[in-house]
Design a binder for this molecule. Structure first.
Ligand code: SF4
Ligand code: SF4
Length: 172
């Protein structure tokens, strides 16, 4: 298993003092959250998840945590390692919009400053340069590739401004 991100590593030895029904209600109001309580824990979502061997908490366990109102779910690596491939959503026999819920969890985690630093840096890089990361020059030289041309990022920024991407602040 690769090094995982997040404070919440496993259920082992973990005691939960509070089950917060309000948190479950809050998630139910997210885009895709209306059928959250229909989950009957069949784990079909996890069986098809391409990152299931990379995460500490499987996606059906994430759903269980949501049903129990466990806010620690925002500290799990499943929230950020989810590739948003929609496989779980397609497979769910209860028709739960799982991936859409996870998008909402990402936003909730970001607002609580529970975000891997690399994601915050990628957002800034995308806005500043139009690239998620800078290609390394020596690698391109080794491959005898030309320099990467400068990008005109104005149009990209216009799109990103419309989404309000840079207005959303951690901890907001
Ligand atoms: S596939 Fe649907 S019903 Fe089954 S565990 Fe996942 S979310 Fe719950
Ligand atoms: S959308 Fe995320 S949680 Fe669902 S199968 Fe894909 S990677 Fe796994």
């Amino acid at each position: 298993m690769t090094e995982s991100w997040g404070q919440f590593k496993s259920f082992e030895g973990k005691k939960f003092d509070t089950l917060d029904a309000e948190f479950t209600k809050e998630v139910s109001k997210l885009l895709g959250g209306k059928d959250l309580t229909a989950c009957f824990q069949c784990a079909k979502c996890s069986a098809g998840c391409p990152v299931s061997d990379k995460v500490n908490i499987q996606v059906h366990e994430l759903m269980r945590m949501l049903l129990f109102g466990l806010k620690e779910v925002l500290e799990t690596d499943m929230v950020w390692l989810c590739t948003t491939c929609y496989t779980c959503q397609e497979r769910c026999p209860q028709g739960i919009d799982i991936t859409d819920i996870i998008f909402g969890l990402k936003n909730m985690a970001f607002k609580k400053k529970i975000t891997p630093p690399g994601y915050v840096a990628a957002r800034k890089s995308l806005y500043d340069s139009g690239k998620l990361y800078e290609p390394t020059e020596w690698e391109r030289e080794d491959l005898e590739l030309d320099d990467v041309p400068e990008l005109n990022v104005e149009d990209t920024r216009k799109v990103l401004d419309k989404t309000g991407l840079m207005k959303l602040e951690e901890g907001e």
